[in-house]
Every structure is written in structure tokens, then in C-alpha cells.
Ligand binder design. Structure first.
Ligand SMILES: [Zn+2]
Length: 272
């Protein structure tokens, strides 16, 4: 995965799951606990074994040639294929502050910004809100990403970060291969920049692992003076191009890849 230049894509270590309140987004379906085949809870999770370098099971997608009115050529796939789906299950960290407090107001503004960003992507993709992180492929956390330490020893701060893992997930007794993206979104920005950061990081989550070179796009590498809270025509065209690409991640593990009944501890997650 390429790293964001301004909003860093990096490793997320385990974050605790909080419990449950259900925000409603205007363009989002909502599923109840355990209902809906597509958003069932996971009962086991393992990292997806990756082929040794140079031994991919199928030809890796090459960087795309320039496609008019898109930034498709700036996107990168994973070694296992494009990490995209037709249907995403989304979990949002629920509010936790005492009602009526200033902290509760900030949490509500953060939530509304996230919902606004999700509504934009929900016009392009099938999204469903779920009430537990175990059900989700995309999980939004209300916290500032940790400082990233650069190779030269300096550190870099950011308000948003998206972290991709490729997993084997057991749901309702069957194993699936899924991307999981944890999005850390700072509660410390004003509403409009929060919504712009959410829109950008969710673009990564839904498979746009790369950046536009135009500041008017949500996925701009370098944001312009005006925060982008509406998907541009190029953002939408690039996503639609991506959804037509192959190979995607396999839908299920190969038999050899399915973990044994008593799985070994997972290896360390990869930083992307
Ligand atoms: Zn980015």
C-alpha cells in the first residue's frame, strides 16, 4: 500500500471495542445484531496467508494506464487482488460522553461528520451500519492516530488514518476472505474538516489505495484551501472504474489456507 503523504496509512494495533448505540446515516441500510447474512458476526479471524514474494497464485494487477477523468493509475492493489467489495458492513464507535455535556456535543458533531461522509460513499456503494465491530469490514474509531515515526526519525501527526488488513473470517460457520479497514478519525477538528478527513479515509477503506493529484478531489494527496466534503466527478469515476477491475480478493480461502480448529496465534499485522 502506498502511504498517504498527508494523512498517513499505517499500522493499527488492537483497539478495544466499545458498546453500542446506533447512529443512522441517511443513505445507509441498517442491520440488527446477527441479522442479514451479509453482516453476521465473526466467530474466528485469522490473517490471510500471503504467497511468498514472486510466487503469487494469480498474476498481480499492474498499475493501470491513465484512464480519462479518473486517477485510476495512482491506485495500487494488494498482492491478493483488489481489496474491494460490493457490500460493506460499517461500524461506528458510539458516543460515550454524559448527555448534555460539551464532550457529548463534540461527539455528536463527530458522528454527524462521519455520517455525512458515509452518505456520500453510500450513493456509490451498498453500505450497512452494524452494531458490533465483529460484524464489520470497516470500523470507525473516534480517536487521533498516533504520531507516525518517519525513517529519518522525525514524527508526523495526522487527523485520519486508514489501516488495511487482509483476513480469513468465519461467519455463520463458513470462512470468507475479507478486507478489514480500521479508520482512526480525530475528534479534535472542526466539523467540516472532520467530514473531509472522514470522506478521504473512507475512500481508502472502500479500496481507493492511492491519491489524486488534484486538490478538488476527496482523495487529494494534498488538500486545498477548501475542505472537500462532496465526492468529485473524478472520485466517483475512479471508484466505478475500480469496481470493474479484477482480480479481487478471493471470496473464500483455499482449503490449505483454512486455519485448523485450534488456530495458532496470528502473526503480527502488516503495516500498510
Ligand atoms: Zn490518504
Amino acid at each position: 500500500m502506498p502511504a498517504c503523504s498527508n494523512r498517513v496509512v499505517a499500522l493499527l494495533l488492537a483497539a478495544s471495542a466499545a458498546a453500542l448505540a446506533l447512529p443512522k446515516g441517511p443513505a445507509l441500510a441498517q442491520t440488527g445484531t446477527g441479522t442479514g447474512m451479509a453482516c453476521a458476526s465473526s466467530t474466528a479471524v485469522q490473517p490471510l496467508p500471503m504467497p511468498p514474494e514472486g510466487q503469487a497464485a494469480s498474476p498481480l494487477p499492474e498499475p493501470a494506464a491513465a484512464v480519462p477523468h479518473t486517477y485510476a493509475h495512482r491506485l495500487r492493489a494488494t498482492a491478493a487482488g483488489w481489496p474491494v467489495r460490493d457490500h460493506w458492513c460499517i461500524w461506528i464507535e458510539p458516543p460515550s460522553a454524559e448527555p448534555g455535556t460539551a464532550a457529548a456535543t463534540r461527539e455528536r458533531q463527530w458522528l454527524e461528520a462521519v455520517q455525512g461522509a458515509l452518505a456520500q460513499w453510500g450513493s456509490q456503494l451498498a453500505l450497512a451500519l452494524v452494531d458490533h465491530p465483529d460484524q464489520a469490514q470497516v470500523r470507525l474509531w473516534r480517536r487521533r492516530p498516533p504520531l507516525q515515526r518517519l525513517a529519518d526519525g522525525r514524527t508526523r501527526a495526522s487527523h485520519g488514518r486508514a489501516v488495511l488488513q487482509l483476513l480469513q473470517v468465519q461467519r455463520q460457520g463458513r470462512w470468507h476472505v475479507e478486507p478489514r479497514v480500521d479508520v482512526l478519525l480525530s475528534p479534535g477538528q472542526a466539523p467540516r474538516p472532520t467530514q473531509a478527513t472522514a470522506l478521504h479515509e473512507l475512500g481508502h477503506a472502500f479500496g481507493l489505495w492511492g491519491h489524486s493529484d488534484q486538490a478538488s478531489d476527496a482523495m487529494a494527496a494534498v488538500p486545498g484551501a477548501q475542505a472537500v466534503i462532496i465526492l468529485s466527478p473524478r472520485d466517483r469515476a475512479t471508484l466505478q472504474w475500480l469496481l470493474r477491475q479484477g482480480p479481487r480478493l478471493p471470496s473464500a480461502p483455499t482449503p490449505a489456507g483454512i486455519p485448523p480448529a485450534a488456530p495458532a496465534p496470528p502473526s503480527a499485522p502488516r503495516a500498510d
